[in-house]
Design a protein around this ligand. Structure first.
Ligand SMILES: Cc1cc2nc3c(=O)[nH]c(=O)nc-3n(C[C@H](O)[C@H](O)[C@H](O)COP(=O)(O)O)c2cc1C
Length: 362
């Protein structure tokens, strides 16, 4: 079905195609009947392959990464497509327009996207007004960021503010300090800033936990462009502050020589196939350092069940996707989960976590 829709969408400017698709998904989300039809066509065909991550139960290990549904307009429809988790956002405390358009580019020859959206966000209030969470929806992650006008030294105020306001509505919260499109944001990955930020967030989480009588897991989303030393520092800090997960990775600012598309030199973050091995390498480096104390969510360039399997073997407990979903459409969710289930049984296991435990050691 997507093979008919895609050529039409790809005739449009990428951001317009995105907005149009999201409006359709938002419309479906408002109708329980249409959501059920979507589930029958797509979600119902995705096999079950349960995993646990951050103490949450996921029906299978494959979810939607942040950035597609920035304003929480389409959780019911995205769940009905078959994702076991949907990360919404990045949402900033106050509304802001993001960067000037055009700011999203398709690189079809490279199976990639470059974006410099710059946290276009309707703000937390609008996000929470939009958010509808039916009982059968996927695990709902909320990804938070800082406003462009907030100085880096004050960034913790924005993150704590956003966290407190979304806390009651989230199954987990992601702290995004790795978008390349907000000036100096990635400086928050440096030791002194990060130590302070994580300290503020954990203190605020303790307070929220008491108020809401529920512990919401917190994940940190990192860039694929980190050096080995930076990875070591971040790993030490997330372990000492008892974060629940690291999401590896966001988009890259690097431009591999292999890129062929005319848009290859646009400024912004590159995602899709060219980021795959960098992102997997990042997981491979984090895995022994986190030592099972903090879990890993793998994202970046997943297209096939082989790519997904490779990230799981490298140490990921859960997986997300964005770019290839744009290129391939919703049928890929079933294909990948089915492919993973096949690999689990080919290796003689009945569930994914036992397969990973045995195969990662081997
Ligand atoms: C158009 C676009 C917008 C994105 N916006 C966000 C965002 O708001 N917050 C975030 O944490 N990641 C964002 N991302 C990054 C993705 O969540 C993901 O980490 C990255 O694209 C790598 O995965 P992929 O290769 O499967 O796309 C965005 C990616 C794209 C392509």
């Amino acid at each position: 079905m997507y093979s008919f829709v895609r050529p039409i969408l790809f005739q449009l400017d990428p951001e317009r195609a995105h907005d149009l698709t999201l409006s359709q998904l938002a419309m479906v989300s408002r109708s329980p009947w249409m959501t059920r039809q979507l589930h029958t066509c797509f979600g119902a065909k995705v096999p079950s392959l349960p995993v646990q991550c951050m103490g949450l139960d996921f029906a299978h290990p494959f979810g939607l990464a942040a950035g597609l549904d920035k304003s929480a307009r389409a959780l019911p429809a995205l769940s009905a497509l078959g994702f076991s988790g949907v990360e919404m956002g990045t949402v900033t405390p106050k509304p802001q327009p993001g960067n000037e358009k055009p700011r999203m580019f398709r690189l079809p020859e490279d199976e990639a996207i470059i974006n410099r959206m710059g946290f276009n966000s309707g703000g937390v209030d609008e996000f929470l007004q939009n958010l509808v969470r039916p009982d059968n929806a996927a695990v709902a992650g909320i990804n938070i960021g800082k406003n462009a006008t907030t100085a880096i030294a004050d960034a913790h105020f924005d993150y704590v503010n956003a966290m407190q306001r979304v806390y009651a509505s989230a199954d987990y919260i992601t702290v995004n300090i790795s978008s390349p499109n907000t000036k100096s944001l990635r400086d928050l990955q440096n030791e002194a800033f990060l130590d302070e930020l994580l300290g503020h967030l954990m203190a605020a989480r303790s307070k929220c936990e008491k108020v809401h009588k529920r512990r919401v897991p917190i994940a940190l989303k990192v860039a694929p462009d980190l050096s080995g030393d930076e990875i070591e520092t971040i790993a030490e800090l997330v372990v000492s502050h008892q974060f629940d997960a690291v999401i590896a990775t966001n988009t890259t600012v690097s431009r591999p020589d292999s890129l062929r598309s005319v848009h290859a030199n646009e400024a912004g973050g590159l995602s899709g196939a060219p980021v795959k091995s960098m992102a997997t390498e990042c997981i491979r480096r984090f895995y022994p350092l986190l030592n099972g104390k903090v879990q890993l969510i793998g994202v970046g360039g997943i297209k096939t069940a082989d790519d997904a399997w490779e990230k799981l073997l490298a140490g990921a407990d859960y997986l997300q996707i964005y770019t290839q979903f744009i290129y391939q459409g919703p049928a890929m969710i079933r294909e990948i989960v089915h492919g993973l289930a096949e690999r689990v049984s080919q290796h003689g296991f009945s569930d994914l976590p036992s397969a990973m435990q045995a195969l990662r050691q081997g």
